[in-house]
Design a binder for this molecule. Structure first.
Ligand SMILES: Nc1ncnc2c1ncn2[C@@H]1O[C@H](COP(=O)(O)OP(=O)(O)OP(=O)(O)O)[C@@H](O)[C@H]1O
Ligand SMILES: O=P(O)(O)OC[C@H]1O[C@](O)(CO)[C@@H](O)[C@@H]1O
Ligand SMILES: [Mg+2]
Length: 476
């Protein structure tokens, strides 16, 4: 991707309070544009909301990052609670918003687009909402389309994104030039970790130019690799859809002698989809993810386990995440990247199928192997009911935040509460399955697969890349 001259980075807003209370706050337009006028929130006259006692969020409301605590613990890190504020920093008639979707597809993208448009329109009377076509590059190289509640009315029932999406093409200066030239003052950016990194650069450049423009991110990824938040929208839908492939693999494997049903699922660097799909199904005998290295040959290896399962049961199901075992694949093939700089992976599903077939053919043990690769099918579907509600709340939170003058934030769920999280916390690392956590232990106990840990493996040093144990996600 293009890397324009880096703008000066703003300092994180950390507010300390008594008892070890820390608020990791998000930027506000008034941080760099003093004396901005405020307006009463139009929601106070909205009949739908007037019945709600305390509809407006208290200015001091915050949500703790850690909810399991001991009595002497400091209060710890908090994030600003999302929601409507009594005062807003934009007059409805002056708002010119835009929405862009970037990165891979994810169930619920259209719902988020719909609810930003409808939220702005119905709650705040905002009429000018521009859809940017085809991801970041759409700001400067593509067409735009005006969106209104009528245009987006039915889109949540469709998979994909009506706006189109892309990888690569992030050019901060050109994007901000386009925002400035068009007179846009609220930017809603829906996308994964890469997208949020791009959004952080856009925010910094806007701040550097002193523009009254709020930048709000909505985290999207079926991989669930965005840190801090409970989970990303569309993840549940993707896991549900993956069940269909696993069920098929199970039916196939039960119907043939010595049959292995093998399913490859998405998950480039994080194995959450494979782990949750396995835990949900209960038909899976082995789940392989990028965070848990495995090996094929010898005692404790995959081949030994397959042989045991086939001899005992006559069939088995294996789920493999696309990023698993990449280190075992041929090193001779040069690794390439996509337009966004993400590593393009080799097909571990085909490789492992062939390796298993070759091994058992050498052993003179006849096997059947049915390989199912539902890759894009799990993310090209519309979001399920609960993801739809989740997307609605994320979108509405983003709208409330931007109207209230907050900027440089991602709208995210933390311990079941909607919050505004500063970009620096969202982009500092990737969320990964922690194989020393209870959830992975539950998986191992449900599949009975080997842990593939050689006696020499140091579990602590294997605690998955960038994730510090002190701030890893809580598993239940
Ligand atoms: N470090 C970065 N700085 C600026 N822009 C970036 C950065 N990383 C990615 N982008 C831009 O963000 C957009 C999406 O990035 P990417 O293709 O990595 O997908 P993503 O948002 O991580 O979503 P997912 O991985 O779930 O598909 C691309 O247009 C890319 O150019
Ligand atoms: O082929 P594409 O569209 O680049 O997307 C593939 C990648 O997108 C993801 O679904 C993340 O959005 C990864 O799991 C996968 O590796
Ligand atoms: Mg990504």
């Amino acid at each position: 991707m293009a890397s324009p001259a880096l703008p000066e980075i703003s300092k994180p807003k950390i507010v300390d309070g008594p008892g070890g209370y820390v608020l990791e706050d998000v930027p506000h337009l008034t941080d760099y544009i003093p004396d901005l006028p405020t307006y009463p929130n139009p929601l106070q006259d909205n009949p739908a909301y007037s019945v709600v006692k305390q509809y407006f969020v208290h200015v001091d409301d915050s949500v703790p990052q850690k909810v399991v605590v001991h009595k002497d613990d400091p209060k710890g890190i908090h994030f600003r609670r999302a929601g409507a504020r009594q005062k807003v920093y934009f007059h409805s008639d002056d708002v010119h918003a835009c929405i862009v979707t970037c990165g891979g597809l994810c169930p619920g993208l259209n719902t988020v687009v719909r609810e930003i448009v409808c939220g702005l329109h119905h709650m705040y009377g905002v009429k000018k909402v521009l859809g940017i076509d085809g991801g970041y590059k759409g700001f400067y190289a593509k067409n735009t389309v005006y969106l209104n509640p009528k245009v987006v009315n039915d889109i949540h029932k469709r998979g994909g994104t009506i706006l189109g999406t892309s990888r690569g093409g992030h050019d901060t200066s050109k994007i901000v030039d386009s925002i400035q030239d068009r007179g846009i003052n609220q930017v809603y950016i829906i996308g994964g970790d890469g997208t949020q990194r791009g959004a952080a650069l856009i925010f910094e450049e806007i701040r550097r130019r002193g523009l009254k423009v709020s930048v709000a991110g909505i985290p999207k990824t079926i991989d669930n690799d965005i840190p801090v938040i409970d989970k990303s929208f569309g993840f549940d839908t993707a896991v549900e859809e993956a069940q269909r492939a696993i069920n098929a693999a199970h039916v196939e494997s039960e119907s043939f002698e010595n049959c292995i049903g093998l399913v490859k699922l998405m998950g480039r660097y994080s194995g959450f989809i494979a782990m949750y799909a396995t835990l949900a199904s209960r038909d899976v005998d082995c789940c392989l993810i990028p965070e848990s290295p495995f090996y094929l040959e010898g005692p404790g290896g995959l081949f030994e386990y397959i042989e045991k399962r086939l001899k005992e049961d006559g069939h088995m199901v294996i789920v493999i995440a696309e990023g698993a075992g990449q280190e075992l694949l041929s090193q001779s093939i040069q690794s390439t990247t996509d337009a966004s700089g993400n590593k393009l992976l080799q097909d571990v599903g085909l490789w492992i199928s062939q390796s298993i077939k070759d091994h058992f053919s050498k052993q003179k043990m006849p096997i059947n192997l049915k390989y199912i690769d539902p890759t894009y099918m799990i993310r090209a579907v519309p979001s399920n009911a609960s993801d739809n509600v989740y997307c609605t709340l994320l979108a509405q939170s983003a709208v409330h935040g931007a109207m209230a003058g907050y900027t440089g934030f991602t709208s995210g769920l933390v311990n079941g509460r909607h919050t505004y999280i500063p970009f620096n916390r969202i982009i500092e690392k990737q969320n990964k399955v922690v194989i020393t956590d209870r959830m992975w232990a539950r998986l191992l106990s449900s599949t009975n697969q080997p842990s593939f840990l050689r006696p020499s493996t140091n579990l602590l040093s294997n605690e998955n890349g960038s994730q510090k144990s002190s701030d890893k996600k809580v598993t239940h």
